[in-house]
Write a protein that binds this ligand. Structure first.
Ligand SMILES: CCCCCCCCCCCCC/C=C/[C@@H](O)[C@H](COP(=O)(O)O)NC(=O)CCCCC
Ligand SMILES: Nc1ncnc2c1ncn2[C@@H]1O[C@H](COP(=O)(O)OP(=O)(O)O)[C@@H](O)[C@H]1O
Ligand SMILES: [Ca+2]
Length: 444
């Protein structure tokens, strides 16, 4: 393996010359013995391919770039090409014989990764009798690592954990058995489990953008550019109350410019601290007296919760450049109502070197938990609205029925690229619940 440009890895060959056949065979035996002692390296993998992700190249990418490398590394792989959405999730949840494997590989985008995450985490909780509907349940970490071969539209989880979206690089991280712990957020609505998230939970701008882009899937990755422009021009804002528990004991802060890199000391500090203890005590706090919680009511253009930097090719530093992969916190970014020009300036800072938090209408907090309540009570599930997207009826709880419509009083949450059916949610971070075949972004 050798490093090329921008975090990209390639195979390299080393040729040994030996004049003696017997000695040569001894070398081979010893090398194979030494390799078999490396217990971190996977020997058997379960691979799921979404043939429709991104530019629909998943199957070809796996067959041409990844399978030959696994073969050379003597890794056996059982491959499932998915036939419908949630195929991989449901197979992992109930059917897959996980004891046969050292890891699961996802060939696709962030939506496909989300399927693998849900299948695996749910399977482990079911096997251990953990009720995911309990927001304060102590979830059991997954022992199987997940590898991501990027073949989607954004591939933010791969980019933010490897530094590049390149199938060969990701395959090499899997082969050498890298391990990167990652925090997982659990999302509930009124004590009912909705979803897990590892990258972005976004309400307002990103929720609207994602909702619109789903109707334009036929455009491929370009759907995000069109929906981005349309959502920007709509310039909607949403009223609600956000309550959050700041991570006061965290080592870093969202504006400290300490980016999460391979061997990150902020995440390692989390590992060595008595993390389980704060988990329990902090969760009890809001039930007792609400102390420690900040409550803010306002009009928001966007509410973004970034559990990792959310760096991706569109925004190489990401939504929260100093967010950490495995520190047990997420960065909550509140973008209050502002002019269209100001919001544009803020967006522009995601692609240049200026600080996107340095605006009077933007604030960012490092948190362990947060709740959001839209101004008006949700009287029906937003699922019903998804079936009839143009519906403009009013909730009985809405005080001005003639003036409001669901399209403008509520946004939706995007959760790693999937749309949540409720606007009122409770979110908490589960520190290092999963591990990826990655090592974090290496310093260059
Ligand atoms: C004036 C130019 C402004 C450009 C601003 C760009 C800011 C981009 C931040 C992107 C954060 C992306 C977080 C990841 C989201 C993905 O989970 C999600 C689904 O991915 P996939 O399944 O692979 O398609 N992708 C998105 O939400 C796309 C966001 C695109 C924003 C332009
Ligand atoms: N065989 C399939 N047919 C249709 N949809 C699928 C299939 N396999 C997976 N999916 C779904 O496709 C969606 C998008 O997949 P993803 O790989 O993330 O691509 P993209 O990055 O282009 O959104 C995911 O929500 C996933 O559940
Ligand atoms: Ca985190």
């Amino acid at each position: 393996m050798m490093r090329t440009r921008q975090h990209q890895w390639r195979c390299s060959d080393v040729t040994f010359h030996c004049p003696n056949q017997g000695l040569c065979e001894q070398w081979i035996t010893v090398i194979n013995e030494q390799l078999s002692l490396l217990t971190n390296r996977p020997k058997s993998l379960l691979v799921y391919i979404n043939p429709y992700g991104g530019k629909q190249r998943g199957k070809r990418i796996y067959e041409q770039k990844v399978a030959p490398l696994f073969h050379r590394a003597c890794i056996s792989a059982d491959v499932i090409v998915t036939e419908h959405a949630n195929h991989a999730r449901d197979h992992l949840k109930t059917e897959a014989s996980l004891e046969k494997y050292d890891g699961v590989v996802c060939v696709g985008g962030d939506g496909m990764f989300s399927e693998i995450l849900h299948g695996l985490v749910t399977r482990v909780q079911t096997d251990h009798g953990v009720d995911q509907n309990q927001p304060d349940a102590e979830l059991v970490p997954c022992s199987l690592r997940i590898g991501i071969i990027p073949a989607g539209s954004t591939d933010c989880i791969c980019f933010a954990t490897v530094g590049v979206n390149d199938p060969v690089t990701s395959a090499l991280h899997i082969i050498i058995g890298d391990s990167q712990p990652v925090d997982v957020c659990s999302v509930h609505h009124k004590d009912i489990f909705l979803r897990y998230s590892v990258s972005l939970l976004g309400y307002g701008f990103y929720g609207d953008l994602l909702t619109d882009s789903e109707r334009k899937r036929w455009l491929g990755p370009a759907r995000y550019d069109l929906s981005g422009l349309k959502t920007f021009l709509s310039h909607n804002y949403y009223e609600g109350t956000i309550s959050f528990l700041p991570a006061e004991d965290a080592v870093g802060s969202p504006r400290d410019k300490l980016q999460c890199r391979s061997g990150c000391h902020v995440c390692q500090h989390k590992l060595s601290s008595k993390d389980k203890q704060w988990d329990i005590s902090e969760r009890e706090k809001p039930d007792k007296d609400g102390s420690g919680w900040n409550v803010m009511r306002g009009k928001f253009i966007a509410i973004n919760a970034a559990n990792m930097s959310c760096a991706c090719p569109r925004s190489p530093k990401g939504l929260s450049p100093s967010a950490h992969l495995a520190d047990g916190t997420l960065d909550l970014i509140l973008v209050r109502k502002c002019s269209r020009l100001d919001f544009f300036r803020h967006l522009l800072r995601h692609i240049n070197t200026d600080d996107q938090f340095d605006h009077s209408f933007v604030e960012v907090h490092r948190v362990r938990m947060f709740h959001f309540q839209p101004l008006y009570q949700e009287s029906i599930s937003l699922d019903d609205l998804n079936e009839t997207p143009k519906k403009t009826g009013c909730s009985p709880m809405c005080p001005a029925p003639t003036a409001c419509s669901y399209n403008t009083i509520y946004s939706s949450w995007t959760c790693d690229g999937e749309i949540l059916p409720h606007a009122a949610i409770q979110v908490s971070v589960q520190c290092q619940l999963i591990r990826l075949f990655a090592r974090g972004i290496e310093e260059q």
